[in-house]
Design a protein around this ligand. Structure first.
Ligand SMILES: Nc1nc2c(ncn2[C@@H]2O[C@H](COP(=O)(O)OP(=O)(O)O)[C@@H](O)[C@H]2O)c(=O)[nH]1
Ligand SMILES: [Mg+2]
Length: 336
């Protein structure tokens, strides 16, 4: 029988759905099943992360973007991640309604990811699901996430371009959490521009971005994080090849501003492929590699130290050993 991965690579939608479900359920043999996908020659999909607070209009925007990218002919994947509504499933139902017209299109694949809680669980599953969709033949994969926690920053690092969606009046929120948002935004969208205050919010963001760019020109210790990666890529006021995130106004419900958003994303994608954008691509590749390496090492560790771990745990439990000494002992055992 031909394997699941091979069926996905031949464009089989049911196989892709099954494999995504196994990823989301963290099935024990999933890594083995995914291996052929990671080994296969890649036709890289353009991965766009769309993040922002609940109700900002992300799903509506994603729905419009799906239509815009489908008009170009290629397959489109959507990964909706909503860690904020673990019990109700309401948001996911809402997304289904908003994206309904695409559910009947065989060249659109929409998947909700439920994985949450476990450290790095979301970004790991999202990464694998994106790879499945890429293998299935998606030219563009849109990843919708809520909020600006660590998960979202991870998803941003997984994406070629990250769109941060705000609504009129939210400029100050962005400033307040700028550690999370400003660093990962490649394009800002002020959605619901049919509401009052849109212009002022655009101006707020543009002012903030001018300041933010000045900040990223400071020397940084590491290239792994957003601002440093941007600095390494030569971003900054007046620096050659700088990428300064544009601010696009949209009314997602009536398709206003969507062509402008698609245009801004196209320019950003071109920039990431330019020499100036290379450093960012490198940072992304490095981060993915590091994520894989961490997983591999963690697995290897628990395998190799299984008995020592059990022994140390029971000694700690009975008060004969403290956790710090236990760690020292385990690290020493590992080095041998
Ligand atoms: N007035 C207005 N409402 C919008 C716009 N975009 C989305 N909405 C509405 O905002 C609500 C939340 O949208 P949704 O896409 O589910 O937001 P999400 O939680 O960010 O995914 C829905 O009722 C949408 O119809 C817009 O541009 N203008
Ligand atoms: Mg949504």
């Amino acid at each position: 029988m031909i394997g699941l991965a091979e069926r996905v690579l031949s464009g089989d939608t049911r196989a892709a759905a099954r494999l995504c479900r196994l990823v989301d359920d963290r099935a024990p043999d999933v890594r083995e099943l995914l291996r052929p996908l990671y080994a296969a020659p890649r036709a890289p999909a353009y991965v766009v992360g769309v993040t922002g607070t609940p109700g900002a209009g992300k799903s509506t925007l994603v729905d419009r973007l799906v239509a815009a990218y489908r008009a170009e002919g290629g397959r489109v994947g959507v990964v909706a991640v909503d860690p904020t509504s673990p019990f109700t499933g309401g948001a996911i139902l809402g997304d289904r309604i908003r994206m309904q017209r695409h559910f009947e299109d065989p060249d659109v694949f929409i998947r909700s990811l439920a994985t949450r809680g476990a450290l790095g669980g979301l970004s790991r599953s999202a990464r694998d699901v994106v790879r499945v969709l890429e293998a299935w033949g998606a030219r563009v994969v849109l990843v919708e996430t809520v909020g600006v926690g660590q998960d979202e920053v991870d998803v941003a690092r997984l994406s070629d371009s990250t769109v941060v969606v705000v609504v009129p009046g939210q400029g100050d929120d962005v400033q307040a959490s700028k550690a999370g948002i400003l660093e990962c935004a490649d394009v800002f969208v002020v959605n619901k521009a049919d509401r009052p205050g849109a212009e002022a919010t655009v101006r707020d963001l543009e002012g903030m971005l001018a300041l933010g760019v000045a900040v990223t020109t400071k020397p940084s210790a590491s290239v792994r994080h957003g601002p440093a990666a941007k600095a390494a890529a030569g971003e900054g006021a007046g620096a050659g090849g700088a990428w300064i995130p544009p601010v696009v106004k949209t009314v997602a419900t009536s398709d206003e501003g969507i062509p402008e958003l698609v245009g801004a994303l196209g320019r950003h994608l071109a920039w990431t492929r330019s020499e100036a954008g290379q450093a960012r691509r490198l940072a992304r590749a490095r981060w993915l590699l590091e994520a894989f390496l961490r997983e591999a090492i963690a697995d290897e560790l628990s395998e190799r130290l299984e008995t020592e771990l059990d022994a140390a745990a029971s000694e700690i439990e009975s008060g004969r050993l403290d956790p710090h000494s236990a760690v020292e002992r385990l690290v020493a055992a590992l080095r041998r």
